[in-house]
Unconditional design. Structure first.
Length: 251
């Protein structure tokens, strides 16, 4: 597919006198995992917030499937534009059960009443498809481990079945087994033709699952590499500034 599923061109964003992004570019294609990496303060979270409408860019264009997104849009309209997102804080309601959390934003109703049977069945189906083992979807999310909550948040985004999925630090604070499970889900989504844009500090996860890596440094895209054509040493060097993008060698 020649048209990127997600295309950011010339995105600039400042907060007062502080420049968070300057001429930021990113293109992610169908069936691709595109990792966005960079040090703290590089602008990664600002980029995600601009895509989702939490922030408006000062300049630049955000396109999904070739169509520009409205400059002023709300996070609530993401689904209409073909985007689902898992924020770093997960945005789960801990006092509600798993099934309800998975259906938030689209609770099934029958005769004007909440259809709990269908809600539970839908939850079991999506969790089963993702090979997530949950004893009871009536369990309150607040009783789950951090890794289990992360999986539930990803499952909720997957349930929306949108072409573009944004993941903000999906393996932060996860154990080895839980991280591997997230990786399996990402690989499955890629095989299904979804486009995943993933912010991550976990370079091991990135090199195992990403097809392309874009490096942000001080608000600028300093390089974009196919994973198979780069090394961890080069990516670390680009993140820290020890390697300049036009050199490919230690400065």
């Amino acid at each position: 597919m020649n048209v990127p599923v997600l295309n950011l061109r010339g995105i600039t964003k400042s907060f007062g006198s502080v420049s968070a992004l300057e001429s930021f570019n990113l293109a992610a294609y169908e069936g691709e995992v595109h990792a966005l990496v960079g040090d703290n303060g590089a602008g990664k979270s600002t980029a995600i917030k601009i895509i989702t409408g939490l922030h408006q860019a000062d300049e630049g264009v955000v396109e999904v499937l070739g169509s520009p997104l409205p400059h002023r849009r709300s996070p609530a309209s993401l689904s209409e534009h073909g985007i689902s997102v898992v924020y770093q804080d997960l945005a789960l309601v801990e006092c509600l059960d798993i099934a309800t959390n998975l259906s938030l934003g689209g609770l099934p109703r029958r005769f004007g009443m909440l259809d709990r049977r269908r809600m539970h069945k839908d939850a079991q189906t999506v969790l089963g498809d993702l090979k997530v083992r949950v004893t009871d979807v009536s369990t309150a999310v607040g009783l789950l481990s951090g890794g289990q909550r992360q999986i539930i948040a990803i499952a909720r985004a997957v349930r929306l079945n949108k072409p573009l999925l944004l993941l903000d630090e999906p393996t932060a604070a996860l154990g080895v087994q839980e991280t591997a499970h997230v990786g399996e889900i990402v690989d499955q989504l890629k095989a299904d033709g979804k486009t995943i844009v993933c912010i991550s500090h976990d370079l091991e996860f990135v090199f195992q699952h990403a097809d392309r890596i874009s490096v942000l440094r001080l608000g600028r895209t300093v390089a974009s590499r196919r994973t198979e054509d780069t090394t961890r040493a080069e990516i670390v060097g680009l993140i820290t500034g020890a390697i300049r993008p036009d050199e490919g060698a230690v400065a």
